[in-house]
Design a protein around this ligand. Structure first.
Ligand code: BGC
Length: 380
């Protein structure tokens, strides 16, 4: 080939490459809003956040539910990685907390009771003798007000809700803001904020069920999990922490090196029996209040992976033990036991009754502020 031809060919390749890159740049982030039906006469909206890589997150104003997260596999193939339903009515009728914001107190409170300054507060016992996830009508079952958020290289939605003094038995008018933002690093950030006018307790989390392979069609037992925790909080047979911080060393709870979830889930271990699998709070290493890596999940078939970063002291790893095939979710997929996993960043369960645990008390004038990031990536 003559030198001139080579130069022309090179120039041609350069022009094509440039056009291609321009096209990439031109995929704008998107923020869309659509109707998602209504609950008790209250309109519900569905927000769609899309980043420049086509990663798409949908959030309903009912329960602040993350209804879908579409992320690429190692071949760039986008697929939904969270469990849920196709429509609002199904979420309203029967939701085992798919994708929602959990509050006012995420996780369990023993005997559905706690005390503040000598005053005893009674809550709904909606999980055996205990209180779970904020009670009968927790933050997962209310309609939040929404406002779009658009910043440099991010799109999001800010949700607000005022929980009245006495609602579900909790003291104080609590004003809550939860902001979801998606950036171009494929990170979904959740910022939680609350203030109260009377001393109360708060513990907010998100309850997404992930399956990085097939949106919940098969168990998550082959997912590799790393949890950055030297200790976990063992529980009694009603899943209330005993108060002990137990070393994970030499137990099926040692996920400091990435391990298949199924590798030890059937071990002859009292804690696994109580949980019916993993349903335990881990004490995240490092300083609570600072954003640090709490967990990482990798799915070997698709190469999809997710990092969980948080400022919270704990993370509940729940291996979807109570899914039992009775729910048919999105796209007709039947959710059998362990077809999804939750990594719920949080303060420890039953903290209001366990003075040794980091406090979940919020005083008037103070601000409740936590951040959690679910960051998606691929591995070889
Ligand atoms: C709890 C499980 C519970 C599930 C409800 C998790 O946060 O730890 O015990 O069954 O939520 O979906």
């Amino acid at each position: 080939m003559k030198l001139r031809n080579v130069v022309v060919l090179l120039l041609f390749v350069l022009v094509v490459l440039q056009l291609y890159c321009k096209k990439e740049e031109n995929i704008d982030m998107k923020l869309l809003k659509q109707d998602f039906g209504s609950v008790n006469g209250q309109a519900v909206e569905l927000y769609t956040l899309v980043n420049t890589h086509g990663v798409k997150v949908q959030i309903a104003t009912y329960g602040g539910i993350v209804t879908s997260i579409q992320v690429p596999d190692r071949n760039g193939q986008l697929a939904d990685v969270v469990l849920g339903y196709d429509n609002l009515d199904e979420y309203v009728q029967n939701n085992p907390y798919f994708g929602c914001i959990v509050g006012r107190y995420g996780n369990r409170i023993a005997q559905a009771e706690f005390e503040l300054d000598g005053v005893s507060y009674s809550l709904a016992a909606n999980n055996g003798p205990n209180h779970l996830h904020g009670g009968l009508v927790g933050f997962d079952k209310v309609v939040w007000s929404a406002k779009p958020v658009e910043g440099k290289d991010k799109v999001g939605v800010e949700l607000t809700y005022t929980s009245n003094d006495g609602e579900e038995g909790y003291p104080g008018n609590l004003q809550v803001t939860v902001t979801y933002t998606l950036d171009n690093e494929n990170a979904l950030q959740i910022d939680y904020y609350a203030v109260t006018d009377k001393k109360t307790i708060v513990n907010l989390t998100n309850h997404s069920y992930f399956n990085l392979n097939d949106a919940g069609a098969a168990p998550i037992l082959d997912h590799q999990l790393m949890i950055n925790a030297d200790e976990f909080t063992p529980v009694d047979n009603t899943l209330i922490p005993t108060g002990e911080l137990r070393s994970v060393e030499g137990t099926p709870f040692d996920f400091r090196k990435a391990t298949a979830i199924g590798a030890r889930i059937g071990a002859d271990d009292e804690q696994l029996k109580f949980g019916g699998g993993y349903d335990h709070n881990f004490v995240v290493n490092g300083q609570a209040g600072e954003l640090r890596l709490a967990a990482e999940v990798t799915e070997p078939v698709t190469g999809r992976a997710m990092e969980v970063w948080t400022t919270e002291p704990g993370i509940q790893f729940y291996s979807g033990n109570f899914l039992d095939g009775s729910i048919t979710g999105k796209n007709g997929i039947v959710y059998q036991q362990r077809n999804g996993l939750c990594l719920e960043t949080q303060h420890f369960p039953d903290s209001p009754n366990q003075p040794e645990f980091p406090s979940t008390v919020l005083e008037p004038g103070d601000e409740y502020k936590t951040t959690t990031i679910y960051k998606f990536k691929v591995t070889e």
